[in-house]
Design a protein around this ligand. Sequence first.
Ligand SMILES: CCCCCCCC/C=C\CCCCCCCC(=O)N[C@@H](Cc1ccccc1)C(=O)O
Ligand SMILES: [Zn+2]
Ligand SMILES: [Zn+2]
Length: 479
Amino acid sequence: MLVHNKWRIIRLLTLVGLSLLLVLLILFIVVMSRTFTLKENLGLQFAQWENTTIISADIIFPNVFSSSLVKHEVVGNYSHLFTVLGTDPELVPYMLLAHIDVVPANEVDGWEAPPFSAKELNGFIYGRGTIDNKQCVMGILQAVEYLLERGYVPRRGFYIGLGHDEEVYGYNGAVNIAKVLKSGGVKLQYILDEGLAVMDGIITGLNGPAALIGVSEKGQATVKLSASTRLGHSSMPPKENSIGILAAAITRLEESPMPRLFGYGPEQSTFEHLAHKFQFPLRFMMSNLWLFNPLLSRVMERRPDMNAFVRTTTAVTMFNSGVKVNVLPSHAEAFVNLRIHPAQTLQEVLDLIKSTISDNRVKLELVDGFDSLPISSYDEQSFGYQIIKKTLLDMFPQVTVAPSICIGNTDSRHYMDLTQDIYRFNPTWLRPGEPERIHGINERMSVQNYEEIVLFYFQLIQESDIRILPPSHTGQHEL
Ligand SMILES: CCCCCCCC/C=C\CCCCCCCC(=O)N[C@@H](Cc1ccccc1)C(=O)O
Ligand SMILES: [Zn+2]
Ligand SMILES: [Zn+2]
């Protein structure tokens, strides 16, 4: 009897033990498969890191990641391509671009909140990337999430491209996303990428805010300059060494700015579109740039952000030389970053640098460069431009919309084979003192503006469903 009971207890315990093991195994499989899905979807963005929980995007945007209308691909290891199906295959799709990478930031430079904290202070979210370009990454995904949640089905299909290396030329992210699309024979109605913004109080003399849409972007040249002289003891220096030679060359470059070209590129159209918002006599001058170019250029060039519209800009960004206080430097090198005005070519800029330096001991190498980009359409029939403009005016009737040229470079140049119409614009409001925060300290985005950004994409996506633009009633711009 005792033996019999003992076996019954052992059998019972084994059964309980096995069941427990089974439950644990099932739990383990469920947890692991969930973790893998998250990791696959977002490239491992689910971790506990320095007291910050990084939450996977498929938790924040569940509809985007589960909808049968949306296909998500990881491209070039870290970039993201979303394909959103439209119901009407006749309608040419469009594409929204933004980038997830940022330039470095260091709290000790004077940030009011840690640059990677996204801390909210007085209605502003502080953090590197908040206005370049996380606001658009999140704004686009949040808008699509809300639309899907409401059962929206687009008529016109669209793509979303989120590059991971825009700040270092985009060669792995944007270039590969464009390749994927090209290999699928995709053609795009228009592209909207980061770029200019709503300028509020930034343009001197202008009444009211202006939304500047980049219909082109400046070219760029990164040039390496170097000089080499004999290594030796600092107690017996020659009259000049590599540092002095290179410094003199750089001084010559800084003291000889590139020619004023204001009015010979798309900026002419910008000011013609804005002219009616200036007071006399500026209104008259802006409408007659052919006559007032020389005068206006001289006023504008005094402010760095305005000077960018006047000429090819020259910025010495890196200078390296020397190894020890008592050793003559055998080699000095510097990098100069130029943003090329559309009325000049890369070759003309290189020739001018050479003649300005005018010293054969200084070696000049082109690290990377390209001419300014083609001008996208912005007339009454221009689908993309008019959709962006209408979306803006519906939201902000007080804004004047004008075509302009983007003074920085964007990923969109890698998509040039897919469309003729590329627009560079962030639905971000910039007020005095704010342009300096881009790549600078205390980069921030107001909570209110973030909500507007979500709404902007929410509206734009729905506006883009229109088959053709309604006939224009005005047939003229705001001049
Ligand atoms: C007449 C109107 C005056 C208006 C004042 C303008 C205020 C400035 C507003 C917006 C700034 C535009 C920024 C455009 C986005 C640039 C994004 C960016 O930083 N891109 C990098 C990309 C790059 C390219 C090559 C090498 C490294 C990085 C850049 O251009 O540096
Ligand atoms: Zn950017
Ligand atoms: Zn940037």
